[in-house]
Design a protein around this ligand. Structure first.
Ligand code: PMP
Length: 440
């Protein structure tokens, strides 16, 4: 067992060179490339419980958990058994299975939806749910919030235009201005902006989509004003204007509580998206809502949506096993170690004199290296953080065997498998990492 000093990362560096020749940037999803923190990413050979093992043989405490899915930790024996048993019966049929029904039932039992459709990624879920919302309402416009990520759906890869309630501009080359002209990007937690947008475009807005709690600009929970949470506010204003309220629980669903962010604020959306935990580490995601809305989908309704591998039997088995094993004890454990880690991180940063704000949505939290504020309500504030301080903190933690998200804008993910050994490794690495951040 390694503690402290790691072995070299020579093999990872070599692998990264080889990867860059055949895969753009050497990675299949940009954040993995360490661009925000510098250096070469670790190539992973295997994972077990709370640990990743890179190809140089380093054992790293994993605080990414595959960006959320691995709520039970890596290679959980019962999940592996379910996966193995499913795979032995064939890996894809292109025909319905009972397991898909069971997974749909497991989701419906937890989240406030009456029907779901299974898809393969969070991106597919949000893309499909927007089509459904537009098809149902006969309207074109979508409201989203700056810093909320809903996958790489064209119309959602948009940046705010100048001023509130203006039409968005493409957030990346390859997305047309015509596509984002139907997207309005507002500031998260900004009710005035939302009111203004509805005042101006109320009869053209098909839906408001939001992360149930923002987790892709660091963690920013929905704010409460006069006793009314931001999600409840959004649900109300959508209802007033005949728009649909879409809660994206891809990240929070079945993670921040058994019932996701819904378990925290109890707001009933019209439509929802899910992913990550419900796939147990396989490509599975879903969208759902009231039956009358979901019935508008093909083959009952006219709004088309489909997928060769949707409801894949192996992914479905992994998801079902994961949800079944995600007992109240699992959530209680993750909640407790999350609270412990938040306190330890805060203490270490304070001791080193590093300005910071720690925010959480249930057990999902992140650390903002911001100065001069006590809370981070939106992307503009999140963007004031010192990414240099984060990079120094990140690399010190990595050198001490702790694998944090390689970006200051990400949540820290824990699992049921993070035991005392893993937690002690993290906690003992914090003081040196905090000092590194202070010097950055
Ligand atoms: N919505 C949210 C809230 C997410 O966090 C993500 C992924 N991080 C997505 C959608 C997209 O999911 P995927 O990466 O599976 O396409």
């Amino acid at each position: 067992q390694l503690t402290g000093q790691l072995l070299s990362d020579r093999l990872s560096r070599e692998a990264f060179e080889r990867a860059r020749a055949v895969i753009p940037g050497g990675v299949n999803s940009p954040v993995r490339a360490f661009l925000a923190v510098g250096g070469a990413p670790r190539f992973i050979a295997r994972a077990s419980g709370p640990y990743l093992y890179d190809i140089d043989g380093n054992e790293l405490v994993d605080l990414i958990c595959s960006w959320g899915p691995m709520l039970l930790g890596h290679a959980h024996p019962e999940v592996l058994a379910a996966v193995g048993a499913a795979a032995e019966h064939g890996t894809s049929y292109g025909a319905p299975t009972l397991a898909e029904v069971e997974l749909a039932e497991a989701i419906i039992e937890r989240a406030p939806v009456e029907q779901v459709r299974l898809v393969n990624s969070g991106t597919e879920a949000t893309m499909s749910v927007l089509r459904l919302a537009r098809g149902i309402t006969g309207r074109d416009m979508i409201v989203k919030f700056a810093g909320c990520y809903h996958g790489h759906v064209d119309s959602l890869l948009a940046s705010a235009g100048s001023g509130v309630a203006t039409l968005a501009i493409p957030g990346t080359p390859g997305v047309t201005a015509a596509t984002t002209a139907d997207t309005i990007v507002l500031s998260y937690n900004d009710r005035t902006g939302v009111r203004e947008a509805f005042a101006r475009y109320g009869d053209r807005i098909a839906a408001v989509i939001t992360e149930a709690a923002a987790g892709n600009m660091g963690v920013i929970p929905p704010g409460v004003e006069d006793g009314i949470g931001f999600n409840a506010f959004l649900a109300d204003i959508c209802r007033e204007h005949g728009a649909l309220f879409i809660s994206d629980e891809v990240m929070t669903g079945f993670r921040v509580t058994r019932t996701g962010q819904y378990g925290i604020d109890g707001v009933q959306p019209d439509l929802m998206t899910f992913g990550k935990v419900m796939g147990g580490g396989f490509p599975a995601a879903a969208f759902g809502g009231r039956a009358e809305l979901m019935q508008q989908l093909a083959p009952v309704g006219g709004i088309y949506q489909a997928g060769t591998l949707s409801g894949n039997p192996v992914a479905t088995a992994a998801g079902l096993a994961t949800l079944r094993l995600a007992t109240p004890e699992v959530y209680a454990h993750v909640d407790a170690i999350s609270a412990q880690l938040q306190a330890e991180v805060g203490a270490a940063l304070s001791a080193a004199g590093v300005p910071h704000v720690i925010q959480a949505a249930g057990n999902l939290f992140s650390v903002f290296f911001v100065a001069g504020v006590t809370a981070v309500p939106d992307y503009a504030t999140a963007a004031t953080q010192s990414t240099q301080a984060y990079a120094a903190f990140f690399h010190s933690m990595l050198e001490q065997g702790v694998y944090l998200p390689p970006s200051a804008y990400e949540g820290w993910f824990l699992s049921a498998a993070h035991d005392d050994g893993a937690m002690n490794r993290i906690v003992s690495a914090l003081p040196a990492a905090a000092r590194a951040a202070a010097q950055a």
